[in-house]
Design a protein around this ligand. Sequence first.
Ligand SMILES: NC(=O)c1ccc[n+]([C@@H]2O[C@H](COP(=O)([O-])OP(=O)(O)OC[C@H]3O[C@@H](n4cnc5c(N)ncnc54)[C@H](O)[C@@H]3O)[C@@H](O)[C@H]2O)c1
Length: 272
Amino acid sequence: MKTAVITGGASGIGRALARELSLRGVAVTVADLDETAGRQVAAECGLAFAPLDVCDAAAVAELYGRVMREHGRLDFVFNNAGIAIGGAAEELTLAHWEKAVDVNLRGVVHGVHAAYPIMLEQGSGHIVNTASLAGLVPAPFMLPYTTTKHAVVGLSLALRAEAAPRGVRVSVVCPGFTDTPLLDHANPGLPETALGNRAREAAVRTQGRLYPVEALARDVLRGVARNRALIVAPASGRAAWRGMRLSPAAAVRAATLAVRRLRVSGPDKSDK
Ligand SMILES: NC(=O)c1ccc[n+]([C@@H]2O[C@H](COP(=O)([O-])OP(=O)(O)OC[C@H]3O[C@@H](n4cnc5c(N)ncnc54)[C@H](O)[C@@H]3O)[C@@H](O)[C@H]2O)c1
């Protein structure tokens, strides 16, 4: 039986992936900071749960080592846990930046650092890192978030090249705005910002309709089965990414229009 560990598996995208993988007969370990929700998901789907803070490198290494010892194999690792950080650049404190780096970037680094040697030794395995469309295109009003997600894309593509000759696969998932609780609790434990309370509304105004999480989970698993380097969904996200590749300057102009529409920062002085 194949095995998978999903960080951030207690909610949203991680939970949908856990459900879908369990239906496909994979022995999933849901790992999350939120013990109550994590145990509930695990009980619903007949999966294992492990309390985990991805910021704790030793705990991440211990978990992957334990799954390997208990099952004798580690097939899939979804480094998916993440937090939303939102606000105009001038409102964000260093604490916003530090927390984004700790969870969204260091959390993925810890997962890769722990899982990759195990998979090298095994000669197989697939690391799937969750970045974001904000890791491919300019995403205003979430600077620490877009910064960490660009880093996760870079890490994943470079590791993919290094890992391929050794039999290990690496993919990176870049979803557009997806309908999950993430959009209702931006800036967790951090000072509030004007946009932080309006993340869901801002996402709907930017993208139109939020993408259903079950559809995203199916897209992700299709991309993983096909060993795609980048898994970008929904179609509007792929169009934005194509626009960015054709003309980064035009992509920034489109982002500037979105900034004007959201009107959360100071007066617009560009006409003067
Ligand atoms: N929802 C979106 O619109 C969207 C878009 C693009 C990318 N993403 C990314 O998808 C991933 C999953 O997000 P989601 O939308 O499912 O959010 P979510 O809030 O529904 O789920 C995230 C889960 O991660 C857990 N988590 C947070 N910090 C953790 C930590 N330090 N250690 C362990 N677990 C932790 C939370 O408890 C939660 O269960 C994130 O990396 C997010 O950045 C989400």
